[in-house]
Structures are given as C-alpha cells and as structure tokens.
Write a protein that binds this ligand. Structure first.
Ligand SMILES: Nc1ncnc2c1ncn2[C@@H]1O[C@H](COP(=O)(O)OP(=O)(O)OP(=O)(O)O)[C@@H](O)[C@H]1O
Length: 469
C-alpha cells in the first residue's frame, strides 16, 4: 500500500515551544496554529494575517515592556480606601481634568461637599471620581498614573489605589505632600470626625469648628478646661510626663442630664485645639477590635466615648466585681452584658500598651451613679465636669446668643441691632423660667422657634413652661 505525505503542510509546534511561547504571550500558540492553518490553505490571506499578527504581537510586546519598566523603574504608593490619605489624594484627583474625562467613574452623593465651605443648599450634588482602571496624568511635567482596583482584604472588598511615576520615590512623596497640604487647607477650621467600621477608623464627618463661646456654661469651668488642655498639649508635656513615669494621657468625664452641652463642648474643644475626634461605640466592638482601634489612633486626638453608662459596661451589681458578675451571669445562663466588651477589657485596653500616648479621652454620661468606680478613678479620669440644667445665667446668655447680632448674620436694615433691648428681654425671660428645670437644648429649641422676635419669645414663654412641665 502506497502512503502519500503532504510535504507543504506546516510542521506542528512541539509541546516545549508551545509552553514557552504561551509563557511570554498568553494564547499565542492557538493564534499561531490558526495562522498556520490559513497559510496552508490560501496564500491570498497572507498579508492580512501578517498585519493581524503584528498588531497582536505589538500589543503584547508593549504590555510586556511596560510591565517590565513599571516593575523595575517606577515608584509607587498604595492607598487603601479606609485610610485618610485616600481622601487627600481623592480630593486632588477629583479636581483634575483627567478625572472628568475618565470613562470609568464612581458616582457619590455630596462627597466633596463635606469639605467645601459651601452652604450646603444644593440638594444631593453628585461627584465623580475615577474608578476601576488606570488613569494617566501629568504632574510637575512628569507622567503619573493612578490605578484603582478592588481587592479582597480579610473578607472585605475594598478599593485600593496605586499612584505611580517613573523615577525616585521622592517625586512621588512630593506629590503626596502637595495633596496633604491641599487637604489641610480645605479642612482648616473644621473638625474631622472618625467612627469605626470593622475595627477600622473611617472619616464620617467634617464639621465647621464650633466656636467655644457658643457653648453656654459656667465660664470658670470652661476656662479651667481650656487651660488644662493647653498645658497637656504643650510642647514640653510629653517629656515632662516621661521623665516622671506618668502616662501621657488625659481623661475627662462630662456628666449631666441630656441636652446640656456635653457633646457640643467635646467637639468645640477638639476644634479649638485642632484635634480630630474619634468616636468609639463600645457597644459594637469586641476587645480585639478595641485594641486595634486604639493602636491606630494618631498621637494627638480626642477619643470620645459617649453615654458610657448605656453600653453594657455598667456598674456590676452591689457586692459583685466585674468578674464575679460574669460568673454569676453565666451560672444564671444570662448574657453578661449588652455589649461584647466587658469592663475589665475596656479598662485594660484604655490603660494598655496599645493605648496611644497623647490622646485625650472624653467620656460623657447622663448617669454618673451608674458608672463603675474603676472606670472613673483618678488617672483614668482626671477631671469630672458637671453639666446641670440651665441656671439663670445660662438662660440669659442663651437668649442673648440667639437675639444679638453676630458676625455671620445677614443684617436686616429694618431691624437694627439693639443689644440693650435684647438684654432687657433676656433678663425678663430668665426671670420667668424656673432654674435647673430645663436643659439648654430645650431652651435653645424654644428660642430658635421664636427667633423672629425677642418680645414674642418673652410673651410666649410662660405658656411654653405650663405646657412642658
Ligand atoms: N450649654 C449649651 N450651650 C449651647 N448649646 C447647647 C448647650 N447645651 C445643649 N445645647 C444645644 O443642644 C443640642 C444638644 O446638645 P448636646 O448634644 O451637646 O447635649 P448633650 O449634653 O451631649 O446631650 P446627651 O447627653 O443627650 O448626649 C445641641 O444642638 C446644642 O447646640
């Protein structure tokens, strides 16, 4: 039997060649095989196929060369979405033309507005930032690129941004310094508030700093607090504490009925000393997350624990320590507390190694008597400040604050400032309201409702008292 062999048919690629080619240009062997087949059957397609092959190869070669150049010659900085640096870079990027041209963007409601000094009258403004892709831009006459990808970080998908440029990391760091400066300018006279999600701090608000004069309380107490914090934040304070073996921390407990200005004062003090506020919700964390969160605090900040009596670390029952209470609860088959955190775990975390030096702890409560003494012992709480309901002086000053002209007011020429008359009304108003019956929040709310006329406010207050009491 005769056997005919086709001598013009292409020799198939050996398995070794296949794997080597595929290593450099994935999918190339399948393409080559297809080309070989076409070339063998019809030579008319050869030039066309050659062009396609060149286009295919040049794309892969370019990608390969860029990858090698990026790996070996580019500097890069990675930023996680949950980090504050993300906001710094994000704000800069959002203001650049390339961000507006990006074909893949993330739309958010009112994100940039948080930082702007605008009046917030525009309803739900939309903001776009480049998202999922690589975006090129020129900065200081150099090519930079910004890559946004989603990554799975500990079972949580989070955007990770990488900013890169060719050359030394110094150039890149200069870019980050510029972003930081722009961010600080934008957040000047603002208080940034952080809350936690999954053991990570995340900026949730940027509020205009509230002038401390607008928190109406005993002026001596207020001045004492300010002096105390000034001393604590003084340049030489860390070394002073260190040389005496005293932990460089400060703790305050503000207590009193609801609506007396405890939270307002905390935020206002933070703004005055240019400190960021980190609000810890202890009912929502376990001890491991707490240690992580405390370890991540910056060296100077306010750590705010609001309503410490209400979060499941309340005083143990009489005669029981925290541990004996836990045992007793276990024996009764009851959960130990509302939260996941026990008092001893909280105290350990606040005192422990993970707790940052230089932090200012502020705790607020409506029920001083519900708190465990261990939580508020000297050393943990250096000062306890009472916020009572409004006395005559506070009522008078609240009235003046509402009705006297202030710097930011848009003045009505028909109603010239008459501070003396306002003061007379304020005295009359304070005379009518029983002392320590109403919180400043209640009085302020009534006054705001009547802000159109001081006279009407005075006239209507008796009816309001009768209705409210
Ligand atoms: N002493 C005060 N001076 C000026 N405004 C006050 C004062 N107390 C309360 N307010 C006003 O009342 C509102 C509530 O105040 P704030 O949240 O500070 O009270 P609080 O004591 O922290 O209340 P809670 O114990 O319920 O947390 C705020 O709008 C604040 O402006």
């Amino acid at each position: 039997m005769a056997v005919f062999t086709n001598t013009t048919s292409p020799t198939p690629l050996s398995p070794t060649q296949v794997s080597v080619l595929d290593f450099f240009v994935p999918g190339s062997t399948s393409v080559l095989a297809a080309i070989e087949l076409v070339l063998a059957t019809n030579s008319y397609f050869r030039p066309l196929i050659l062009c396609m092959l060149l286009a295919f190869l040049s794309r892969h070669v370019c990608r390969y060369v860029w990858g090698v150049a990026e790996t070996h010659f580019a500097s890069m900085v990675h930023i996680q979405y949950s980090s504050e640096v993300y906001d710094m870079v994000g704000l800069w990027v959002a203001s650049q033309p390339f961000a507006h041209r990006a074909r893949s963007s993330l739309a958010r409601v009112g994100w940039r507005q948080t930082f702007d000094n605008k009046d917030g009258t525009e309803k739900k403004p939309l903001h776009y930032s480049p998202w999922k892709g690589t975006f090129y831009f020129i900065y200081n006459k150099r090519l930079f690129w910004f890559r946004s990808v989603e990554k799975d970080l500990n079972f949580r998908v989070e955007e990770v941004v990488t900013v890169s440029c060719f050359g030394s990391p110094t150039i890149l760091k200069r870019f980050f310094d510029d972003c930081r400066e722009a961010y600080l300018k934008l957040t000047k006279n603002k208080t940034t508030i952080f809350e936690h999600q999954d053991a990570k701090w995340k900026r949730t608000h940027v509020k205009s700093t509230r002038p401390i004069s607008t928190v109406v309380m005993n002026e001596e107490v207020k001045a004492g607090l300010i002096r105390d914090i000034e001393g604590f934040l003084h340049q030489g304070a860390p070394a002073w504490h260190l040389s005496r073996g005293i932990p460089y921390r400060k703790g305050y407990l503000l207590y009193g009925p609801p609506g007396t200005g405890k939270s307002s004062l905390c935020l206002s003090l933070a703004g005055r000393f240019d400190l960021d506020v980190y609000i810890l919700n202890i009912s929502a964390i376990d001890s491991r997350s707490l240690s992580t969160l405390l370890a991540e605090l910056p060296s100077r900040c306010v750590l705010l624990l609001e309503d410490v009596d209400a979060v499941g670390i309340a005083q143990p029952r009489q005669g029981e320590t925290d541990i004996s209470q836990a045992k007793a609860d276990a024996a009764r088959n009851q959960p130990r507390s509302q939260g996941k955190l026990s008092l001893s775990e909280l105290l350990n975390a606040l005192d422990g190694a993970s707790s940052h030096e230089g932090r200012l702890l502020m705790m607020t409560t409506n029920h001083l008597d519900h708190l465990d003494r261990a939580l508020i012992r000297a050393g943990r709480v250096d000062k306890k400040v009472e916020f009572p309901n409004a006395d005559k002086d506070v009522i008078f000053r609240l009235f003046c604050m509402i009705f006297k002209q202030s710097e930011g007011d848009i003045l009505d020429p028909k109603q010239p400032a008459e501070d003396e008359t306002v003061e007379q009304y304020a005295h009359e108003f304070a005379r009518k309201i029983p002392e320590r019956e109403f919180s400043p929040a209640e009085i302020q709310s009534f006054l705001v409702e009547h802000r159109g006329s001081a006279r009407v406010a005075v006239e209507n207050v008796q009816e309001w008292i009768d209705r409210t009491c």
